[in-house]
Design a protein. Structure first.
Lengths: 362, 284
């Protein structure tokens, strides 16, 4: 991990200086904005630390806008806080990194101030699905980072890398899998639909969902651990105690680089791509600064820095970045990803949760 | 010193502070939880104040009855294991030299300083195939190959008994220290073996203490939600695990609150039954 962060420091300095120059020329008004500031909510822990170290100082240098980073709790607690605060006209953070399900829930109460894409020139760089829109077309959020959950294996136990998610259903893998414990973070319904039912559209109907649940039930005898705690599975994967499962692509890559016998494989059906959006609270007074920030973060060069330093997959088109094939493979893949059906976790969350819990607990 | 019953309002003064604390940190949050348990869940959003019973209705199903039943059974099993292990242990401990007692008590207290997370991970390593205790048995020639002892019910039970054992000893210790040694001496003089004296004199003399300890460990074990996740399979998850899922991951506060209220009611009911049964036993 530390080696991963150390590499490219020279390059980062050069990039930073270049960006600073370019941004000032592009936005002369920023030069006068020495006392401007913006509160930005980022997931606490690793994400916040990485952003504090690699991204925010360069941003302030480039734009003169000081960043006050706020550590967000995971889960939906932050959404609840933003929502309550907005009702009182307060914004604990102006811009926050939000999960896709939280984006939809916030949309339901008009929590997100619509973004003006005209002010975000770099928005055109983004892959289309990373522009989060209200049903009426207003832009609610802009893709901040994305990451992959893939099929991971212990290389001592599995000499050959599996090629398909079908490996989860293989009776030979009885009691060998570690899978995420929640319907809303494992995205296994989508995996089942893509692998066996012809695509995630199969989940549009209740019959389709029932079919996916029935197919998924066949995986149960193969599962040794349903984990909520990532460290628990990572440890068991490294030691070979639980030699197969689903896990984060970049973290597995880092563990392999440290010499652990693990590998991450993009199955032919695609890895699961989850992502976070930048969204602006409607209670925020810093609309201008927020647009500058989101524009800055959507530059291909910044997305490339995130890929190298934080291990996230770019939200902009690959060809715009200067990532080498190796750097790109460390965080992403050209195989068409499985995109989670976030809409279901909003409209049918209780039903899905009940079915899921009964499936794995019952 | 003679204790007088409080005469004036001011005599109750010292009670105000603890009473205030109890109200602020227990009564108010608990009342809030009861209120929320009747609120209306907005799927895809949060909740709005209302009065409806749907959260309780959802809980009244065979599925949740099984989970509740398992949670109660697990907590009772932990309580019984702890008390059965702790009574002879504490009894022998009180017969030891003062210095030895202190060392044991310090060791037990240090176990209390371990968090549930550390206990869970330590036991999951001890029970693993790759680094666990079965490897020692293989080395000793008692087993042919190492195997994983978790996830299993036994692993969950072991972890939870380990966690609750120090509390059990600390609750039993004062009563056993104060136990009049002449009681056992009398039994011995009258011809009872040490074991017979222990079961016919010591245990009955401690009946109230034992009941109280059982209840305390039971309630302590009922709240456990991390160890069942770390050491067990999903069928070993307690109701507390599902409450956490609802509250934190589904942000379904009304349903989580309803489950918690239900759990508290069932617990209070069981405790009341135990106390009543104990009184009847005494009267008989």
């Amino acid at each position: 991990m530390t080696e991963f962060l150390k590499q490219n420091i020279g390059r980062r300095a050069v990039l930073g200086a270049g960006l600073a120059g370019v941004s000032m020329l592009a936005m002369p008004s920023i030069l006068r904005a020495q006392d401007k500031s913006l509160k930005v909510g980022v997931y606490g822990g690793y994400f916040k630390d990485s952003f504090d170290k690699n991204i925010f100082p360069e941003f302030t240098k480039a734009t003169g806008i000081a960043i006050e980073a706020v550590a967000e709790p995971t889960g939906e607690a932050w959404l609840v806080q933003l929502e309550q605060a907005a009702k009182a006209g307060q914004a604990p953070a102006d811009v926050s990194m939000m999960s896709q399900v939280s984006m939809l829930k916030g949309q339901a109460t008009d929590l997100w101030a619509p973004l003006d894409v005209a002010k975000i020139k770099n928005a055109s760089n983004l892959i289309d699905r990373f522009v989060n829109k209200y049903p009426d077309g207003r832009v609610a959020g802009i893709g901040a980072v994305s990451w992959y959950i893939t099929l991971v294996t212990n290389t001592d136990v599995y000499k050959e890398a599996p090629t398909s998610w079908e490996a989860f259903w293989d009776p030979a893998n009885a009691d060998k899998l570690g899978l995420l414990a929640l319907v809303s973070n494992s995205f296994l319904l989508e995996v089942t639909a893509k692998t066996y039912l012809g695509g995630t559209n199969a989940l549009d109907t209740d019959e389709g969902l029932e079919k996916a649940f029935a197919k998924l039930a066949e995986v149960k005898p193969n599962v040794r651990l349903w984990y909520r705690d990532e460290a628990q599975f990572e440890q068991a994967l490294k030691s070979g105690e639980i030699p197969m499962g689903q896990y984060y692509h970049d973290v597995t890559g880092l563990a392999a680089a440290d010499g652990n016998p693990v590998r991450s494989t993009f199955p032919k059906e695609g890895g699961i791509q989850d992502s976070g959006c930048w969204a602006l609270s409607r209670a925020s007074q810093k609309v201008e600064e927020a647009h500058v920030f989101i524009d800055y973060m959507s530059q291909p060069s910044i997305q490339a820095i995130l890929s190298r330093k934080v291990g996230t997959s770019p939200t902009v088109k690959r060809e715009l970045t200067d990532l080498t094939a190796e750097e790109f493979a460390a965080v992403s893949s050209d195989i068409e990803p499985i995109i989670p059906r976030y809409d279901l976790y909003q409209t049918k969350s209780d039903w899905l949760n009940q079915k899921w819990t009964e499936l794995i607990v019952g | 010193m003679r204790r007088e019953a409080p005469q004036r309002l001011a005599d109750y003064g010292p009670l105000f502070f603890p009473a205030m604390m109890l109200i602020v940190f227990f009564v108010v949050p608990f009342a809030t939880m009861i209120a929320v348990s009747f609120f209306q869940r907005q799927q895809g959003g949060f909740y709005v104040p209302a009065f409806e019973l749907s959260n309780y209705q959802r809980f009244l199903s065979l599925f949740f009855a099984n989970v509740l039943g398992f949670s109660l059974m697990l907590a009772i099993a932990v309580a019984i294991c702890c008390v059965v292990l702790a009574i002879p242990f504490t009894y022998l401990l009180t017969r030891m030299a003062r210095k030895v007692q202190i060392i044991w008590l310090v060791a037990l207290l240090s176990v209390l300083s371990l968090s549930e997370v550390i206990i869970g991970f330590a036991w999951s390593t001890l029970f693993s195939r790759t680094a666990g205790i079965t490897n020692l048995l293989v080395m000793a020639g008692l087993m042919s190959e190492a195997k994983a002892l978790l996830p299993s019910f036994g692993a969950v039970l072991t972890g939870m008994v380990y966690q609750a054992f120090p509390y059990t000893v600390l609750v039993l210790y004062p009563a056993l220290v104060r136990l009049d040694p002449t009681l056992t001496e009398a039994a011995r003089t009258l011809g009872a073996s040490p074991i017979k004296a222990f079961f016919t004199v010591v245990v009955p003399a401690l009946r109230n203490t034992i009941t109280a300890t059982l209840i305390m460990v039971f309630i302590f074990a009922l709240g456990s939600y991390l160890l069942p996740q770390l050491l067990g399979r999903p069928q070993h998850w307690t109701l507390s695990v599902l409450i956490t899922d609802q509250a934190i991951y589904q942000s379904n506060m009304p349903f989580a609150a309803a489950m918690a209220v239900f759990l508290v009611l069932v617990t209070l009911g069981l405790v009341a039954l135990t106390v009543i049964a104990g009184r009847k036993g005494e009267a008989a």
